[in-house]
Ligand binder design. Structure first.
Ligand code: AMP
Length: 395
């Protein structure tokens, strides 16, 4: 058994403290963020409950799709689903300001699946920042389109372009991909962007953070004039707004940006005060509440080193970062999901799209560089109505 080497009776609360909730965005500045500026105590869970005005059966969704929604166990719409399904079904362009974990994937998939079920010549392009998110959207799409004869292909980097090319030649109704690979396929004349009469840009703020601005402008410039365009982002800095204006026509705007994701997360600072941070982490991980833990590091190198340190100490750990292949990342995610490992280590690049509902703790081993990164990191816990705990180390 592991021993707590500092103080066996001390839980994480012993050296943590809650801070006031000022918002802070340090984008563009070289000065590292002090997480004390934005770590805030979680509001009671009760405040985040939302009573939808509609049942799924109130929406004019395809009948088979209604069965698949029920089979998936969704009993009532989330806030974003409640508010966007109708305007999308009516053919409007739409801006959805929503955190991950709000159910925004189904919010755009359900009306678009209904649209395809009525007109099989329609095609949908969904552009996402990460490979993981693209795969998760496809998983959700497959569950919703069971027995409907609606097909999809995922076009992401790190996977065979030849396989994707073959799949595209079967003319799937949905193409879900990351900007770089979509652009690559277009330039090779494998993907004809002018065919997509429905386009979703998902997590646009993140795509811009990741440097996809050029790719996104290129993709938008080749889309047909006559299309339905849906735009989702958790935040709306000026760069995001500029892309939005070039993409949408008379959009309906729906915002569920209530901070709900972070309200379900109990946030604390841990001051390491010159101690070896690996030791501090060790002392946390041996506590029984730390069942399914996501640890964020700043660099790929740092994450790999920490993974080796934890494995050497006998912890079960896996990692995901930009140097890993898509298959390796998926294997690591599955291990955390299936409780084969206790700890998953990750960098920010792959933080979005980690959709595991019962992560007990997020630990910021290195502080995030922006407020948005912080929100996205801690949004990996406290999902689907659970309470989560986020701990941020500061030196
Ligand atoms: P998303 O924000 O789309 O990543 O969804 C977050 C999580 O909530 C996913 O695990 C979804 O499967 C789940 N979810 C989405 N909509 C509903 C719903 N209406 N009822 C229950 N769970 C949902």
């Amino acid at each position: 058994m592991y021993q707590n080497r500092h103080n066996p009776s001390r839980g994480y609360n012993g050296n943590s403290r809650h801070q006031g909730g000022r918002r802070f965005n340090n984008r563009g500045s070289k000065r590292p963020l002090d997480p004390r500026m934005f770590v805030k105590k979680a509001a009671p869970l009760i405040e985040t409950q939302y009573e939808p005005k509609n049942a799924f059966t109130d929406f004019a969704l395809n009948g088979l799709l209604q069965n698949n929604i029920a089979a998936r166990g969704y009993t009532k719409p989330t806030a974003i689903q409640d508010q966007v399904i109708k305007p999308i079904l009516e053919g409007n362009d739409l801006v959805g300001i929503a955190d991950t974990g709000t159910g925004k994937t189904a919010a755009f998939l359900l009306p678009l699946i209904t649209k395809i079920s009525k007109d099989r010549n329609q095609k949908v392009l969904i552009v996402t920042p990460t490979r993981e998110l693209a795969s998760q959207i496809q998983d959700e799409l497959r569950a919703f389109t069971k027995n409907m004869g609606i097909y999809s292909t995922v076009c992401i980097g790190g996977a065979s372009i030849h396989v994707q090319s073959r799949q595209l030649s079967r003319r799937p109704h949905f193409v879900i991909g990351t900007p770089g690979r979509i652009m690559d396929l277009e330039k090779r004349r494998i993907l004809n962007l002018t065919e997509f009469t429905n386009v979703v840009l998902d997590e646009v703020d993140r795509m811009l953070d990741m440097g996809f601005i050029g790719d996104m402008k290129y993709i938008i410039s080749l889309l047909p004039e006559n299309r339905q365009s849906l735009f989702f982002s958790a935040t709306m800095p000026d760069s995001t707004r500029a892309i939005m204006n070039s993409f949408l026509k008379n959009p309906v705007t729906v915002s569920v940006k209530t901070g709900a994701a972070s309200q379900n997360v109990d946030q604390s600072i841990i001051e390491t005060r010159g101690k070896d941070k690996v030791e501090v982490l060790h002392d946390l991980l041996i506590q029984k509440e730390f069942k399914k833990v996501l640890v964020f590091g700043r660099t790929k190198w740092g994450v790999s080193k920490l993974e080796r340190d934890l494995l050497d100490r006998g912890f079960k750990a896996a990692s995901i970062h930009g140097n890993k292949t898509q298959a390796q990342r998926q294997r690591s995610l599955n291990k955390l999901q299936n409780n084969e490992v206790q700890v998953l280590l990750a960098t920010d690049v792959v933080s979005r799209g980690i959709d595991i509902n019962d992560i007990s703790h997020v630990i910021n081993y290195n502080p995030p560089e922006t407020y948005e990164d912080y929100i996205h990191r801690i949004g990996r816990t406290g999902r689907a109505g659970n309470m989560g705990i986020a701990l941020t180390f500061i030196d």
